[in-house]
Design a protein around this ligand. Sequence first.
Ligand code: FES
Ligand code: FES
Length: 171
Amino acid sequence: MRVTFTVNGRRHEADDVWEGESLLYVLRERMGLPGSKNACEQGECGSCTVRLDGEPVCACLVAAGQAEGREVVTVEGLAEYAKERDGSEQTGDLAPVQQAFIDAGAVQCGFCTPGLLVAADELIERNPQPSDADIREALSGNLCRCTGYEKIMDAVRLAAARADDSAQEVV
Ligand code: FES
Ligand code: FES
């Protein structure tokens, strides 16, 4: 079958998609977007997290056909997505949450980081002043199997504080 959906603001189409093919596979192997990672392919680790019509989902558990006609945002499109959402004059290629991960030393490995970024960005959009419990809950589906979560917590706190500062400047 053919599937057509919007990824990071651009219409994409893939042909000969098998009915059981995952959104993750189509993004990575057919659309040339390898940012979302395939670490478990069982919905356990969150490394494949993308936004589907705004909701964070594990792309490995979503059939590509379910994305037909819908809007997907991957880590590759996070900066542009944040820019449009926040109406900011953000410069450079990074979303604020990506910059916060760098500044807090929270960029750990290439497997967990993309999903953590997408999930953290969604949290701050939904809840601009998250408590530590809110952060832990929002990231509970994103596993790191090797390093730990303290720097990640610092990064999300930093991104939220910066977002709050910017909102107050606008007011
Ligand atoms: S690869 Fe999708 S949750 Fe692990
Ligand atoms: S899985 Fe990425 S740093 Fe642990």
